[in-house]
Design a protein around this ligand. Structure first.
Ligand code: FAD
Length: 307
């Protein structure tokens, strides 16, 4: 078996998700190759070659891959996938846009967002917003799989794989025009070790300032419930949950969040969950390791002062 893992990066830094996808590939077993497609992305290849278990890093360096557009990436992957038994990517925006195209081009079924590898053809994936787990077996000769990276531990950077440049350059189907990014000094939600999330209980966008202060003291990312996003308190890229980001940090602090199943679907795999809520009946307390029944407008400033 030979497994191809799509590296995620910004042409300079490899994202931590890739080391977790390699971990899933290791559980499948076989030769693991990592594809680094981008522009001027040699530094990323140097990082990818260190991932334990990887035997080869394929580098496709051309302007057509610079923005990691799914239309272009999928054409490249489909062209090289003929040599592979499995193609894996993180269930991120890039992976979720790219791999279904790869599976369509390869005429096989897509296996989405696995959280466990049972064997080389059998995988566990959550359904109904994580309320049930399905064990699925694929009889296709090629498995195209997205991986919920929060369910796998990253492999160590102890390897030393060979790097091979790919000469083929596909014709661009889509051109990159521009992007608008939210600039933040704080860590990204998906990569943060600590997340401080606010809900409708925060009352307003201005009140999020006390959570941001707490986040800065803890080196944490800020998240939010959908109610907080829908009320316009914070932008929707902060949303955690079924229709937001799926996270599993070491510490998740839920403030003024009731704990609806759609929110839990995005954070219940966090290692330690802390809930601050004034309602003792709030369902968030059922998943919390530590619960503080308090008014957040007393508790958070007190916590900030202590920290
Ligand atoms: P509420 O449920 O209103 O809870 C607010 C909490 O704050 C209460 O528990 C209250 O006791 C507490 N509180 C209020 N004031 C204070 C105070 N001063 N001090 C302490 N505590 C206080 N939701 C998500 O979060 N993410 C999703 O991705 C998501 N996807 C969805 C998809 C679908 C298809 C549907 C139908 C819903 C989805 N939802 C999602 C919405 C979800 O059902 C809930 O409505 C939402 O999570 C509620 O957000 P909340 O906990 O902030 O608000």
């Amino acid at each position: 078996m030979t497994i191809l893992v799509l590296a995620e990066h910004d042409n300079q830094q490899l994202k931590s998700d890739t080391a977790k996808v390699v971990s899933a590939a290791t559980a499948i077993g076989g030769d693991i190759h990592v594809l680094v497609a981008g522009e001027n992305c040699q530094a990323v290849a140097e990082q990818a070659k260190q991932l334990a278990g990887v035997t080869k890093v394929l580098v496709a360096d051309a302007s057509v891959y610079a923005a990691h557009l799914a239309e272009n990436l999928s054409k490249l992957i489909a062209a090289i996938a003929v040599d592979y038994s499995h193609v894996l990517a993180a269930a991120s925006s890039v992976g979720k846009a790219t791999l279904p195209r790869v599976s369509a081009l390869a005429d096989v079924a897509q296996i989405s967002e696995i959280i466990e590898v049972v064997s080389a053809d059998t995988f566990v994936r959550p359904i109904y917003a994580g309320n049930a787990l399905a064990t699925v077996q694929s009889l296709d000769d090629k498995k195209v799989i997205t991986v919920r990276s929060s369910a796998f531990d990253a492999v160590e950077p102890t390897g030393n794989a060979e790097i091979e440049a790919l000469s083929q350059v596909i014709e661009a189907r889509t051109e990159f025009v521009s992007q608008t990014l939210t600039e933040s000094e704080r860590p990204e939600l998906g990569n943060a070790g600590v997340i401080v999330s606010g809900g409708r209980g925060m009352g307003s966008g201005e009140n999020f300032a006390i959570l941001e202060q707490l986040a800065d003291k803890l080196g944490a990312a800020v998240g939010a419930s959908r109610a907080a996003v829908d009320a316009g308190f914070v932008p929707n890229d902060l949303q955690v949950g079924q229709t937001g980001k799926i996270v599993a940090p070491d510490l998740y602090i839920a403030v003024g969040i009731s704990g609806a199943i759609q929110h839990l679907a995005g954070m219940k795999d966090s290692k330690v969950i802390v809930a601050i809520n004034k309602d003792p009946e709030a369902p968030i307390f059922q998943v919390a390791d530590y619960g503080l029944e308090a008014d957040l407008f007393d508790a958070i400033p007190a916590l900030n002062a202590q920290l």
